[in-house]
Design a protein around this ligand. Structure first.
Ligand code: ZN
Length: 265
């Protein structure tokens, strides 16, 4: 019964997001799947965390449009999310919701779920709000190197504080709705895990994420095989399979790893 309700709720939200152009068709199908598992198996506490991520990240990606003009260029996709982005951001959280079905009385599926969402939320808030930083960002692997806004691997003070806030919001909700343990320590571990995941995302962006080059515009881009101008792009650095969706997946995984190590210690 709860699974059916979860499916209906997920379907309605995915449909509204599709109508609002936050999701394209494949993204809406993927979101219905992830939403059904998370709402249907987890219940309302899990739904609130997922919706907090989904609603704030969709809203922030539309906000400050003027400041982002010309930057969209650098990001590989617009604000309409596809299935790859939905699974990149929500795949690990979905896995932990499914694990909760098999281990309903244990805390760790909740910790993994919250840590994965805290990480992708921190990453999204940092990326979307980082554009408000008055100065250009610096490379996470070399803080003396100033780079253009929107460059993968670039970090700024406002972006990092936004990541911390995005992570802490999920941390607060995770501790409020936690089934068993001491709330203060859950808030702390989830917030830390989320920030660690977002920083790991930037680190991958600076090192091994696939980056391409458009010869027509003489520009570095995440877009492949074609640039926005229609020119085929060529790989200039990174691993060709490690696109933005896999980097988001790794961001969530690193958040989970941080939380689990903390929990074991
Ligand atoms: Zn181009």
């Amino acid at each position: 019964m709860q699974l059916l309700l979860g499916f209906l709720l997920a379907l309605i939200i995915a449909f509204l997001a599709y109508k609002a152009h936050s999701l394209n068709k494949s993204g809406a199908i993927a979101a219905t799947f992830t939403g059904t598992i998370i709402f249907g198996i987890g219940g309302w506490e899990w739904a609130i965390l997922l919706l907090t991520f989904f609603i704030t990240s969709s809203a922030l990606s539309r906000a400050f449009k003027k400041r982002k003009q010309g930057l969209n260029e650098k990001f590989s996709k617009g604000h309409e999310r596809d299935a790859g982005q939905v699974f990149g951001n929500g795949g690990i959280a979905t896995l932990f919701a499914a694990l909760h079905f098999f281990f309903p009385n244990e805390l760790w599926p909740w910790l993994g779920f919250a840590a994965a969402l805290a990480a992708v939320n921190a990453d999204t808030w940092g990326t979307e709000l980082g554009v408000l930083n008055p100065h250009p960002p610096r490379m996470i692997t070399n803080l003396t190197k100033v780079v253009e806004k929107g460059t993968s691997g670039g970090i700024s003070l406002i972006g990092t504080l936004a990541s911390l806030a995005g992570s802490a919001l999920i941390g607060i909700l995770a501790s409020l709705f936690n089934p068993l343990a001491d709330s203060a320590s859950i808030f702390f571990v989830i917030t830390l895990a989320g920030l660690a995941g977002a920083l790991f995302d930037s680190f991958l962006g600076a090192t091994v994420q696939a980056m391409y080059f458009c010869p027509t515009d003489n520009k570095e881009t995440e877009k492949h095989p074609l640039h926005t101008c229609g020119t085929p792009t060529t790989l200039i650095r990174g691993w060709s399979w490690l696109d933005n969706d896999w980097v988001n997946f790794a961001c969530g995984a690193f958040g989970v790893l941080t939380a689990m190590i903390w929990a074991i210690l």
